[in-house]
Design a protein around this ligand. Sequence first.
Ligand code: ADP
Ligand code: MG
Length: 288
Amino acid sequence: MSTALLVRDTALRAPPDPVRPSGFVRLRGVGVSFGTGPRQVQAVQDVALSLAPGEFVSIVGPSGCGKSTLLNVLAGFTPTTAGEATLDGRPIDGPGPERGVVFQQYSLFPWLSVRGNVAYGLRVRGLPRAERTRVADDLLARCGLSAFADHFPEQLSGGMRQRVGIVRALANEPRVLLLDEPFGALDAQTREVMQELLLGIWQRFRTTVLFITHDIEEAVFLSDRVYAMTARPGRIKAEVAIDLPRPRTHAMTGSGPGLRAVNELKSLIREESLRALGGELPPPVPVP
Ligand code: ADP
Ligand code: MG
């Protein structure tokens, strides 16, 4: 077993430290269904996964397989119907400032400046104004956004808004950052730059990151590990370790171990996408 694997396994087995909670995420036997009776949809089933503190993990899977559902469970927006989700050993039973969330759609408050958006969560937590401004300005400076502090969201490009969204999510010093296809609406070039910026931010803050995407190159470029899901009901189909050094470059996903990981994940997801399409066929007529 490689050293990296050993380190990771040790981290995963280490009991969570209640004094210094550090972003250890675990799902065990998690199932989520929506609706009741014949309209019931089993979105995910028997999902087990874990993220070690500071680890960058992605989940890929065909559309509709339950990726957002899993993220929403961890965010505390969606209750599980089976199993358990924990952060640092504590069950997740609602949203909380120790979990920062960024969605694909821009969710900045249009009536607040960039600084106001970043400071918003601190305001909710009751920090005095001077302290909020200091923390927000410091974060914006560390993420190269000082020049935009007084701008309003409508004055920013899509990429810039998502950058501010990430900084806003970091303002509460979350133990885990949950990102649901945050670059899904961006053009390919902006997307690559955003991926690099995200890694820069992550390497500085070392928060645990769970990144949802259907873009396999993106997952491989960013992650320490990638989980591939099955078609609905979503389960974990495979887990692929990304043995690439950091800092990463986009060229790394085009050859060697990076390309092998991309191809492995592509064939896993392709199987599932085909299965999902087959699943759209009408059910057989019951024999009386
Ligand atoms: P993904 O993010 O992988 O595309 P989702 O987690 O959004 O998938 O959805 C998984 C499945 O659960 C889909 O079939 C979706 O239609 C269904 N679903 C998600 N949210 C709800 C909801 N609130 N009510 C009913 N069905 C839902
Ligand atoms: Mg989704």
